[in-house]
Design a protein around this ligand. Structure first.
Ligand code: ASN
Ligand code: ZN
Ligand code: CA
Length: 332
């Protein structure tokens, strides 16, 4: 039966009222996005295996902005997939996680009170838990962008998920997830250099991670040390998140979109930022052209400098800013 592409309404939990690309056939609408590689959003209904049930209903308004409606998390997940697809396409010309024009799929309501979300290469799919008490689903824009970016990393540099390469893998997801959030330009969830500020994962209203000064989370590394590769990848990522913030925005105090940041450097040096757009281009070029499965922090410095040379020239201000930002986090 012929399926038409529609524009539905998503009443999300975190991103307000949004347009969702949907499909219509006969008397039913589904969360199927044929404008972005055929992405589909499924309801696991608290199961932990299987694909789940494709969100399907007789009208094109999804969720009511409350967690009591199962389709609300579906709307957030579908919106996150759209925003992530659009970010990679518009920013880098990348068509999907594998750059082959094909979408992944997403599953929501995984398990019970499951406080995580994860990408899985084997199903080529994205999964979201509902958070503490099933009341804080992990479906915010930056989390969606973070998790799906693990798929991009797997299909490009292939950074191993341990040691320093694991920290670089995690940081790539935070950097690109933040890129997704800024690019979406959603007034209910505007871009920031915080990770997970919407999902209240610690129950104290604070973000999960901070890119300007990663140690604000109580565990992440602000600067490289010889032991950083022995830390959890979500902590060793701090060095690269901090590098990215310094490269994009520069050192010192700054208010961006109403959020106050204050980014230090190890040696007290001043870094002048080159802007987020250029910083993203340098990171993506390094990820896709220079990083490998075993890239460590010293290699990442070299790879991003090669990327800056390719994009802006070896004598450019951008190249010098990459040097200064790595020096600021003690990577030489
Ligand atoms: N949310 C986690 C992450 O992306 C899932 C995991 O442990 N890999 O880092
Ligand atoms: Zn991750
Ligand atoms: Ca954020």
């Amino acid at each position: 039966q012929y399926q038409s592409i529609e524009t539905g309404v998503g009443n999300t939990l975190y991103s307000g009222k949004v347009d969702l690309a949907t499909a219509h056939s006969g008397s039913s609408y589904t969360l199927t996005d044929d404008t972005r590689g055929g992405h589909k959003t499924y309801d696991l209904d608290h199961k932990q295996d299987g694909t789940g049930t494709l969100f399907s209903q007789d009208n094109d308004t999804w969720g009511d902005g409350k967690t009591t409606n199962a389709a609300t998390a579906g709307a957030d997940a579908a919106y996150g997939a759209q925003a992530t697809w659009d970010f990679y396409k518009d920013t880098f010309g990348r068509s999907g996680i594998k750059n082959d024009g094909k979408a992944a799929y997403s599953r929501v309501h995984y398990g019970n009170a499951y406080v995580n979300a994860f990408w899985d290469d084997s199903c080529f799919c994205m999964t979201y838990g509902d958070g503490t008490n099933d009341s804080d689903p992990l479906t915010s824009l930056d989390v969606a962008g973070h998790e799906m970016s693990h798929g991009v990393t797997s299909n490009t540099a292939g950074l191993e998920y341990s040691g320093e390469s694991g920290g670089l893998n995690e940081a790539t997801s935070d950097i690109m997830g933040t890129g997704v959030e800024f690019a979406a330009n959603n007034s209910a969830d505007p871009g920031d250099y915080l990770i997970g500020e919407k999902i209240d994962i610690n129950g104290d209203g604070k973000p999960l991670r901070y890119m300007d000064k990663p140690s604000k989370d109580g565990g992440s590394a602000d600067y490289w040390t010889s032991s950083v590769g022995g830390e959890d990848v979500h902590y060793s990522s701090g060095v690269a998140n901090h590098f990215f913030y310094l490269l994009a925005e520069g050192s010192g105090a700054k208010t961006i979109g109403g959020v106050d940041y204050d980014s230090p450097t190890k040696d007290g040096s001043t870094v002048t930022g080159i802007g987020r757009a250029k910083a993203l281009q340098i990171w993506y070029k390094a990820l896709t052209s220079y990083f490998t499965s075993t890239t460590d922090y010293a290699d990442a410095r070299k790879g991003t400098l090669s990327a800056a040379t390719d994009l802006y020239g070896a004598d450019s201000a951008e190249y010098k800013a990459v040097e200064a930002a790595w020096t600021g986090v003690d990577v030489h």
